[in-house]
Design a protein around this ligand. Structure first.
Ligand code: F6R
Length: 604
């Protein structure tokens, strides 16, 4: 977690750093700090709390200088206090360091450093880096960083500065770091949005890379000191796309972008005539015996949906796991297994490690990923980009819908390749997929209705979400959205499982959101609604437009347009996102930066 920025050039570094940190605040917002080379020397200002607290402090204590580093923290080791905020400095204040990741052997390093006379001012693992670099320093900061990292085990994106050297030195392993290339100035950041106001030309550092960045250029080497050539990538995201675009929250903007996102994900790939999808993958579908889908959180629910489609259309036995479980359960994998890792950020460490586990056991690998150049893209044999654009709101919305669409395309493609899906069956699904952007747009028009329902139920203590088959993951995603941004306790269950226990929860205080769109299990879902009603529960149903039965049973109905039942989750999740959003706003929650969360989880 944590966001990192660095600047060297002709502007006032403090302004560039604060601007960059603002675009990275989604990565953590427990504390923030900057170190800038001012005419008086290297000066640090850091504060616990959100970036705005630091920005205020910097109005009092103006730091002017042409190079520096900045950090926004998501606490792992040590509480979010001023001393634990980054940058960390050496006792003489000449070296400052920022770090994202976890130094696994920091306790033993700290002990040894203490024994050699170093005094620590924070409880963080990161501070050992400053002391280690100080010990190794003999006039060459780059060399000192390199030698320090030889002793370090763990994950890091780290940037160090020394007040006597006009340069930023940086390195990464596991945690992301991107260099932005300018004219007479250069930049560093954990993620691309921080660079977009200044440049579109970037270099994504790879694991084990070290970089020396000056005003004039960039030098990249490996840990042994050998020079490396890294590709310069031209980023096509606009700055506007990475900003709020007039919406009060990124989350709402991203919900409203979903029709466009679906166009992007599907567009150019669907071949209705042939009854196939062009994904540009090197997969031999007939050689696959099983699929393992690995992901976390919202992405994991997209994986669960994918399992249903892969089995239904391609008839490949598919297992679905949250990555943190997969990694440690010694899964049965061989070279006929396809491991699919799904991730918006491409940096989630659990997902990366799960994927590595499958790979080590011989699996073929595929990433379903949003962020270009992310770590996961480099570890998989094939990538299916979901093309959702930058997602800034901590609660994932548009990436989810794009992941669902990507998994549906993959299932059609594999089904066609294996001959388990007829050309006509594929054509029908593709025609339905083509309609999705428009259908999602129609659902977005239901926002006033959803807002009205939110008004009715926003004081509830608990919510239950129910859905069956492909709508079970939708129920789980709806509950996750509600709990993460409104802090209301929400549970999800496959609707048929309710009678085996959770039914005991139902009383007149419990709103129950039921995914009741038309499909093979529609009748069964109606029975589940009856069971809730019989016990006094309040039913909010997501039902297919024109359904005459459900309004007789449910207190509230949000109609969604009819679509192929296998694709229904793509339209049905939208009202659930809106419901969570409206409730969170009514409760006065911080929608884009909910407590305790971070956008990209790069710790285990
Ligand atoms: C929920 C949410 C998280 C992420 C999860 C995986 O709204 O955003 O549950 O889905 O941390 O993140 P990625 O997709 O970046 O691997």
């Amino acid at each position: 977690m944590c966001g990192i920025v660095g600047y060297i050039g002709f502007r006032n570094a403090t302004d560039v750093l604060i601007d960059g940190l603002r675009r990275l605040e989604y990565r953590g917002y427990d504390s923030a700090g900057v170190a800038v080379r001012t005419p008086e020397g290297l000066r640090v200002v850091k504060r616990s709390g959100k970036l705005s607290v630091l920005a205020e402090a910097l109005k009092e204590e103006r730091l002017e200088g042409p190079w520096g580093i900045g950090h926004t923290r998501w606490a792992t080791h040590g509480a979010p206090t001023d001393p634990n905020a980054h940058p960390h400095t050496t006792e003489d204040g000449r070296i400052a360091v920022i770090h994202n990741g976890i130094i696994e052997n920091y306790l033993e390093l700290k002990e040894a450093l203490r024994a050699r006379g170093h005094r620590f001012r924070s409880e963080t693992d990161s501070e050992v880096l400053a002391h280690l670099i100080e010990e190794k320093y003999q006039g060459d900061l780059f060399q000192a960083l390199r030698e320090a990292l030889m002793e370090v085990r763990g994950a890091y994106a780290v940037v160090a500065v020394h007040q006597d050297h006009e340069e930023l030195v940086a390195a990464r392993t596991v945690s992301p770091l991107v260099i932005g290339l300018g004219e007479g100035e250069n930049f560093l950041a954990s993620d691309v949005p921080a660079l977009l106001p200044y440049t579109r030309r970037v270099i994504f550092l790879h694991d084990g890379d070290l970089a020396r960045i000056t005003r004039e250029g960039v030098e990249i080497r490996d840990l042994e000191g050998n020079p490396l050539a890294r590709e310069v990538v031209e980023i096509d995201w606009t700055l506007e796309a990475a900003e709020k675009g007039g919406f009060p929250h990124y989350m709402l903007k991203e919900i409203y972008e979903q029709p466009w996102v679906l166009e992007n994900t599907l567009g150019g790939r669907l071949r209705e005539e042939e009854g196939d999808v062009e994904l540009g993958l090197g997969l031999d579908s007939k050689a696959l015996e099983r699929i393992h889908v690995i992901a976390c959180g919202t992405a994991a629910y997209a994986g669960w949906y994918g399992k249903y489609l892969l089995e239904a259309l391609a008839r490949i036995p598919t297992e679905w796991d949250v990555a943190s479980e997969y990694r440690y359960r010694d899964p049965v994998v061989d070279e006929r297994t396809l491991a699919i890792a799904i991730s918006q950020s491409g940096e989630t460490i659990d997902t990366l490690e799960g994927l590595r586990e499958a790979k080590a056991k011989g699996a073929r690998t595929l990433g379903v990923i949003n962020a270009k150049g992310s770590s996961l893209t480099r570890e998989v044999e094939d990538v299916l980009y979901i093309h959702a654009g930058p997602e800034i709101g901590v609660a994932s919305t548009k990436a989810y819908i794009a992941m669902l669409a990507a998994m549906a395309m993959l299932a059609v493609h594999l089904g066609r390749g294996r001959g388990t899906l007829s050309q006509e069956g594929a054509r029908e699904l593709l025609r339905e997929m083509r309609k999705l952007p428009r259908l999602v747009e129609e659902v977005l028009e239901k926002r006033p209705l959803v807002a009205h329902i939110a008004e009715k139920y926003h004081q509830a203590q608990d919510f239950l979400f129910l859905g069956r088959h492909v709508q079970a993951p939708t129920a789980y995603e709806g509950a996750l959205k509600l709990k993460e941004i409104s802090y209301i306790h929400a549970e999800a269950y496959p609707a048929g499982e309710m009678k085996h226990g959770p039914i005991a929860l139902i009383d007149e205080h419990l709103p129950v959101v039921v995914l009741a769109t038309r499909g093979p299990l529609y009748e069964k879902t109606l029975s589940n609604i009856q069971e809730v009603r019989a016990r006094g529960g309040k039913v909010i149903a997501i039902a297919t437009e024109g359904d005459g039965e459900i309004p007789k049973l449910a207190q509230d109905v949000i109609p969604v347009p009819e679509v192929h039942p296998l694709l229904a989750p793509i339209v049905s999740v939208v009202p659930l996102q809106l419901l969570a959003y409206e409730i969170a706003v009514l409760l006065g929650r911080d929608v884009d930066q909910p407590r305790n969360l971070a956008k990209s989880v790069t710790v285990e």
